[in-house]
Write a protein that binds this ligand. Structure first.
Ligand code: GTP
Ligand code: MG
Length: 138
C-alpha cells in the first residue's frame, strides 16, 4: 500500500473545511496515519515547493501558505497518490470537476489559483520526500 502527504491549505482551515476534507478521505476508504495542525515555516515550504522555485507564482504561493495554519496528514491506501489527486480535482478550482474537493468547495474569486484548498503528493518520490519534510519522525 502507498502513502501520500495531504495538506489542507490555510484557506481550507480558515473556512472550517478540514473536517470535510478528512471526511472525504475516510469515506473513500483511506486510512489516516498522522494528522497535525500547524503553521509552516519558510524553510519547510522551500523544501516542499522546491520544484516551483523561480516560477512567477512561487513567492505569492509561499506567502499564502504562511498566512495561517495548515492541516498536514499522511494518508495510506491502495494507489492513494493517484486516488487522492482524483478526489482533489484539477489545480484550478474554477474548472475542477464537480464531485471533487476543489470542484465542490474551491473558490476562484480573484486571481488566486493558489487558494485551492488542498495539496496532494504527485508521485511516490514526492510523497516520500514530502512525508519526510512534514513528519520527520514517521
Ligand atoms: P498541489 O497538490 O498543491 O501540489 O497542486 P497541483 O499538483 O495541482 O499543482 P502544482 O504542483 O503544479 O502547483 C502547486 C500549487 O501552486 C498549486 O496547488 C497552486 O496552489 C499553486 N499554483 C500552481 N500553478 C499556479 C499558477 O499558475 N498561479 C498561481 N497563482 N498559483 C499556482
Ligand atoms: Mg503539485
Amino acid at each position: 500500500t502507498q502513502r501520500t502527504l495531504v495538506l489542507v491549505k490555510p484557506d481550507g482551515v480558515r473556512r472550517n473545511l478540514s473536517g470535510e476534507v478528512l471526511r472525504r478521505i475516510e469515506a473513500k476508504g483511506y486510512t489516516l496515519v498522522a494528522v497535525e495542525l500547524r503553521t509552516a515555516t519558510r524553510e519547510l515550504l522551500a523544501g516542499h515547493y522546491a520544484e516551483h522555485e523561480g516560477k512567477p507564482f512561487y513567492e505569492p504561493l509561499v506567502e499564502f501558505m504562511l498566512s495561517g495554519p495548515v492541516l498536514a496528514a499522511v494518508v495510506e491506501g491502495h494507489r492513494v497518490i493517484e486516488g487522492f489527486r482524483s478526489l482533489a480535482g484539477t489545480t484550478d478550482p474554477t474548472t475542477a470537476a464537480p464531485g471533487t474537493i476543489r470542484g465542490d468547495l474551491g473558490r476562484d474569486w480573484g486571481l488566486k489559483v493558489q487558494q485551492n484548498l488542498v495539496h496532494g503528493s504527485d508521485s511516490e518520490e514526492s510523497a516520500a520526500r514530502e512525508i519526510g519534510l512534514w513528519f520527520p519522525n514517521l
